[in-house]
Design a protein around this ligand. Sequence first.
Ligand code: 7TS
Length: 415
Amino acid sequence: MTTSPAPSIRFDVEKIRKEFPILNQKVNGHDLVYFDNAATSQKPLQVINTLVDYYTGYNANIHRGIHTLAEKATRAYEATREAAKDFINAQHLEEIIFITRGVTEAINLVAHSYGRTFIGKGDEIIVSELEHHSNIVPWQMVCEMKDAELKVIPVLDNGEIDLEAFKKLLTSKTKLVVVNHASNALGTINPVKEMARLAHEAGALILVDGAQAAAHLPVDVQNLDCDFYCISAHKMYGPTGAGILYGKRSLLEKMPPFFGGGEMIKEVTFKKTTYNDLPYKFEAGTPNIADVIALKPAIEFIQSLGKATIAAHEHELLKYATSELSALKGIRLIGTAAQKVSIVSFVVEGIHHFDIGQMLDTRGIAVRTGHHCAQPLMERFGIEGTVRASFAVYNTKPEIDKLVEGLDRVISFMK
Ligand code: 7TS
């Protein structure tokens, strides 16, 4: 995020914080400092109110009722599809598939639909060493099932992907490259546009895990030219239990459905079933209507601030936290890539990350500790886990001061 423009004058963090009532509370006698945004972000009032409005005003099943409530719910659900298309600049509305969990389900959908159909014996899938388990395990399952091979792009000491090694891994056997847009464990922003170009040159497809990018970086799927892009609503100020799978229309058209059931069919007989058109082919059963509807105000919240403004603010926080934390004795930052989202991961010599997390919690500071569902990456760095502070648009420098002060105390107490 080094090229981010300066925050615009209309950026007012205190005003933004007022939209997140959860932030205004004491935890263990201290003002809450919420630095676990990479796990899940907090939700602004407009998202919460949208959920309440739906359940108190027009709760109904969608796409099937002809009554007024059902039509209103259907319109609201489909309005989120329009907003999502716009948010990631997809070319076609039917390229937006709503899923009922998040990135995990989106990746599994592609693995089980595309992977099981189009990956064969001897084919290769390339994954990076930076991946979350949800972008590793489904591919291991496909490889096991299809007798294909998983190849791994190594990570450099600063937490960047080794692009030269990636180029060497690409062969005519490569069918798919899977990589995150930004790493949840280290914050590294990956050169996914360049990787997409290289993958396509080799005749392979690319799936991008956008879990840690959607709330922080511009996402333009046409510009990136990725084949699949996956998003969790709950990490971008939206509700849990909803997400977006983007896929190029030509690919989604030839992929078989993942789930079978209601709504994803055209006609069912015991002899033969024909499937519905996109995107409904991939949305079997009653979807998570409420949470998809409430994803729209989350998208609008991000758009009202603008990604450039968000990125500039978060970059300031990242820069400040990096320099303040580096000055503490015994701290080693893990992940020092040139391009990072607002995540700092570190270990403290001689103190277990879990103890640090617990002691920070007694001061009202929420961080994540552990392997961050990226065990192969931890192994790469020869560590069991890290302490991770991940920032969102509502975080402030005085909150980072509290983290630094808290850590200083923990270090003096434990040593
Ligand atoms: N990919 C990345 C890069 C992630 O950070 C996560 C969740 C996932 C996939 C899975 O997303 P889900 O919404 O399906 O669970 N990451 C984290 C984290 O860093 N701490 O808790 C969850």
